[in-house]
Design a protein around this ligand. Structure first.
Ligand code: AKG
Ligand code: FE2
Length: 201
């Protein structure tokens, strides 16, 4: 992981963050999960939470330490959290993530993952799981700059990790032709106030 790029640009794209073997296992795992394991994704959190399929149409499943494969991934991101704290003094407190499944045609319109001063989501991570994804398959992640210019159009290719500051970059997921699998997560700060635990979701 190149921390310099993250500091310079506020985002970084790492093509081979995860080995092909580990990525394949996660891909197969996601593909075989039965329908009832997935929930319609929503927007907002806690009391503000709602599902709005005009904005996003993916299905998600939160990761836990309930099995080895999920635990391995969470351990890998824990190592990254410690690296970021060590090298960039980011003070990241914890990490949460979910599998995401975009069926053909599904999208996620332009949005921010966090709003300045109102969220403890600091850094977004997206890991892509699909092997052999080509540009004709669609499903790109488009990252926008401060003047709404396109900074990056990212193909969701197996093993690739995208990291960006959650309150800085508007982004969207374009509709694709294939089932698209990924793991999206957030490094968080601890924003509990007055003994009220800050909700993670
Ligand atoms: O899957 C992606 O490329 C991005 C997903 C995303 O923006 C989100 O879940 O907030
Ligand atoms: Fe997002």
């Amino acid at each position: 992981m190149d921390c310099d790029q993250l500091v310079r640009n506020g985002y970084v794209i790492v093509p081979d963050f995860l080995s092909a073997a580990h990525t394949r296992l996660l891909y197969q795992y996601a593909q075989q999960l039965p329908d009832y394991e997935w929930q319609q994704a929503g927007i907002g959190r806690a009391d503000d939470y709602s599902t709005n399929t005009r904005i996003r149409q993916d299905k998600i499943r939160w990761l836990s330490r309930a099995n080895t494969l999920e635990t391995n991934y969470l351990n890998g991101l824990e190592t990254l959290r410690l690296q970021l704290n060590r090298e960039l003094f980011m003070g990241l407190f914890d990490y949460e993530c979910h599998l995401a499944h975009y069926p053909p045609g599904a999208f996620y319109r332009k949005h921010l993952d966090a709003f300045k001063g109102r969220s403890n989501r600091i850094l977004t991570t997206v890991l892509y799981l699909n092997p052999d994804w080509s540009s004709t398959d669609g499903g790109q992640l488009v990252i926008y700059g401060q003047r709404q210019e396109i900074l990056e159009t990212v193909l969701p290719e197996a093993g690739k990790l995208v990291l960006f500051l959650s309150d800085k970059f508007v982004h969207e997921v374009l509709a694709g032709q294939r089932d698209r699998y990924s793991i999206t997560g957030w490094f968080r700060l601890n924003a509990s106030i007055g003994g009220v635990i800050d909700p993670s979701r």
